[in-house]
Write a protein that binds this ligand. Sequence first.
Ligand SMILES: CC(C)(COP(=O)(O)OP(=O)(O)OC[C@H]1O[C@@H](n2cnc3c(N)ncnc32)[C@H](O)[C@@H]1OP(=O)(O)O)[C@@H](O)C(=O)NCCC(=O)NCCS
Length: 175
Amino acid sequence: MAVARIDLGSVSRPAGVRVVARAQSHIPAIAAAFNRGDVAESTLYHLPRSHVALSAGYEGGRRHRTIRNFTILRHKSVVGVCSLFAPAFAGVQLAIAIFDAASRGLGVGRFAVSTLCDVAFDELHAGRVELGTYPDNHAAIRCYEACGFSREALLRSSIYHNGAWRDLLWMAHVR
Ligand SMILES: CC(C)(COP(=O)(O)OP(=O)(O)OC[C@H]1O[C@@H](n2cnc3c(N)ncnc32)[C@H](O)[C@@H]1OP(=O)(O)O)[C@@H](O)C(=O)NCCC(=O)NCCS
């Protein structure tokens, strides 16, 4: 499907897509998407995500700045989430999920990940952005590599998901 793109330099922004600071008004759509199982196959989160837990995370992040939560909007609808938060190892950690399957594979992830890397490097003055993904999540790995991430380690049997212990591919983007 052809998608109009607005050129922002190194990364194109798919038309109608914005990455905005999370608002309380986004939480019902986010909770519903997690709990419908839209990203259950590939998320590292425990599901379900309660409205209360998501709201508490939102409030805590807003007050203490320990987590920077963003919402991905496409034509004003909530299509995904992305965040920067305390790292497992060093720098800041990034997570992203695009709920709407029709919004995947259009460059939305690439745009959101590179936007968050700019926030991490330029505003938070982090020297490193890290993340974990399942080694068979080829779309995610391709998206991260396009944004400058490299594979660092395979954390074996590190997360219990879908009834089995799964490996996690650890990746980082270092400025
Ligand atoms: C992973 C995710 C964030 C990527 O965002 P996206 O908007 O779909 O990604 P982009 O369109 O920017 O880039 C995806 C790339 O992977 C490619 N791709 C898609 N499916 C693929 C597959 N099965 N195998 C290999 N590459 C694939 C696309 O062609 C694109 O590469 P290209 O631009 O060079 O053509 C998004 O798909 C998503 O949220 N998926 C569900 C939840 C998830 O997996 N979150 C990440 C957990 S670590």
